[in-house]
Design a protein around this ligand. Structure first.
Ligand SMILES: Nc1ncnc2c1ncn2[C@@H]1O[C@H](COP(=O)(O)OP(=O)(O)OP(=O)(O)O)[C@@H](O)[C@H]1O
Length: 232
């Protein structure tokens, strides 16, 4: 379980200070999809970056089980990012001179180097026929499927997704959200940042952020199916 406690983040550029997060608290559990919902500039990406150990809070603490991540050394934080966290970004961030299979394999090599899992993931995301292609030979939806397989290759306890369908059409978005929802398991918590309130009801929990503050946390005992979302 991940617990965010009294997190604030102030960015300072010269004399200008931006208070991106103001004392936020929430918990993330395995086997749950958590949706972080809010308008542009509300602090969603800042929250995700802090959760993923890519950034540190100005104050407050993040617990990963009994570890206090926010107090750890840079080396320990790198280890946390490598072994615990999988990232899915809006613009895929694939390595352009590696094939689909190689993009997934390099992530697996960071942890378990499990070739069976690489094969299973290529099948899971439906890219068996594209595994020797390079990213620039793929559609946006295919690239995002590679990015998801890459993130899952290390069996992350925490899968963090920042606007994963922001650049995709609605039919492709539906497929990507289905894959993300299916990635949630007793071992893996899934966190998805979005500004699209239509997809929020697929989550077990919705954290509403506005102006760097949590305005509401909704627990949803009966999430809707991805196919029930109004994608138009
Ligand atoms: N590196 C930075 N330096 C200064 N200000 C920043 C920096 N990163 C983000 N901010 C500011 O912090 C606030 C929150 O930004 P953040 O990117 O977390 O919002 P967001 O909800 O993810 O927005 P979007 O949906 O547009 O990506 C914004 O006011 C933004 O301008």
């Amino acid at each position: 379980m991940i617990k965010i406690q009294h997190i604030s983040r102030i960015y300072q550029n010269g004399t200008t200070k931006t208070s991106a997060l103001k004392d936020i608290d929430f918990k993330i559990k395995p086997n749950e999809v958590t949706i972080i919902l809010g308008p542009s500039g509300s602090g969603k990406s800042t929250t995700l970056n802090i959760l993923g150990g890519m950034d540190r809070p100005t104050s407050g603490q993040i617990f990963y089980d009994d570890r206090v991540i926010s107090n750890e050394s840079d080396k320990a934080l790198t280890d946390y990012r490598r072994k615990i966290v999988g990232f899915v970004f809006q613009f895929y961030n694939l390595v352009s001179n590696l094939t689909v299979r190689e993009n997934i394999e390099i992530a697996a090599k960071l942890t378990n180097n499990n070739q069976d899992r690489v094969n299973q993931l290529i099948q899971k995301v439906g890219l068996e026929n594209r595994q020797d292609n390079f990213p620039d030979q793929l559609s946006g939806g295919e690239m995002q499927r590679v990015a998801i397989a890459r993130a899952l290759a290390k069996e992350p306890a925490l899968l963090l997704c920042d606007e994963p369908t922001g650049a995709l059409d609605s039919k492709t978005s539906q497929r990507i959200f289905q894959l993300l929802k299916d990635s949630c398991s007793p071992k893996t918590a899934v966190v998805i940042v979005t500004h699209n309130s239509e997809v929020a009801p697929i989550g077990n929990k919705v954290v509403h952020i506005k102006d760097g503050k949590i305005s509401e946390i909704t627990n949803n005992p009966h999430p809707i199916a991805v196919s029930e979302v109004n994608w138009s």
